[in-house]
Design a protein around this ligand. Sequence first.
Ligand code: GLT
Ligand code: MN
Ligand code: MN
Length: 387
Amino acid sequence: MSALTPRPEHKFSFGLWTVGHRGGDPFGAVTRSAQDPAEIVRRLGSIGAWGVSFHDDDLIPPEATSSERRAIVARFRKALDESGVVVSMATQNLFSHPAFKDGAFTSNDPEVRRYAIAKTMRAIDLGAEFGAPIHVFWGGREGVEAAAAKPPIEALARYREALDFLCGYVRDKGYGTRFALEPKPNEPRGDIFLPTIGHALAFIETLDTPEIVGVNPEVAHETMAGLSFHHGVAQAIDAGKLLHIDLNAQKIGRYDQDFRFGAEGIKDAFFLVQLLERSGYDGPRHFDARPYRVEDTSGIWDFATGCMRNYLALAEKARQFDADDGIAAALDEAGVNDLAKPTVGPYTAKLAKSLQERDFDPDALADRGYANDQLDQLVIELLLGVR
Ligand code: GLT
Ligand code: MN
Ligand code: MN
């Protein structure tokens, strides 16, 4: 079996809205027809994916009657059982309906805020019904264009109030669901609250029960902000807060492109995969990406397979990186092995004194080179397949 063949143990998952994306954009109509969620699940299972995720409204159209809801749930469950695909995450759509045009948990209208919390509780129930361990919060409308219209400290207080309430709901129900906040700097709002991984990590610590809340970072979103995604993810891992991850590809400085994982920024993607594979992260490798608008229905599955193959190819490159003697020597020359050694150890007054009294020679310290061009070139040659 090829190293590039996706299998359930790789924990690849896709949102219903990703492979189900119909190609509509702000300037043009849809280019593909709608697919049945149960059929999507079967197809995902057949290409080696492990999980599926959904928004409440992706699975159950808001206008569905209770008997239609029961039929959809039964049909979806049957597809899951027969394909072996699991529901790896659930979320709620708090962005499409015009009621949320001023925000959901941070709308200036208290009745909209209460509706958003009620809709989210129903979405949490739906996720729990299918055993989803993670519930994502992407606050796409939680932001502002006119800064005067939404003082940010008040908005953050309302955001916190909603999340604390919903944590209470999950505890009360005994679900065990954990929440993952998904940062994004802008789009569709001019500025969105919790714009980066760092903002989200700091905010989580202000919640009543931070222990059940973490982050769901997305490649495209940090890249839009001009930040290093793999550094942001490393910080989430370091904080014990990486609960879920949205993999895709993005050119810097553009709209949220959500391209096939690996399609852009291949070196960044490599360091991300290396980080995930080394870190012991055992959550979903979730693709929040969409086929190019020019694809027809069959192109969707080229897209999905491509996401998984690119991840596996980069994981294979990460193994080659570790086994390469030339790279090992270059890492040593760059001082990477020394970074793993403690600098001074825990504080003691004696050590502080001896450091202050030590005769450092900064000019001599400045003399060495760190051979970073050599190391980076080896990475490039590894990725280009010429090593
Ligand atoms: C929407 C958004 C994504 C979020 C999804 C979850 S919905 O497609 O662009 O980044 O992860 O709400
Ligand atoms: Mn995105
Ligand atoms: Mn996302």
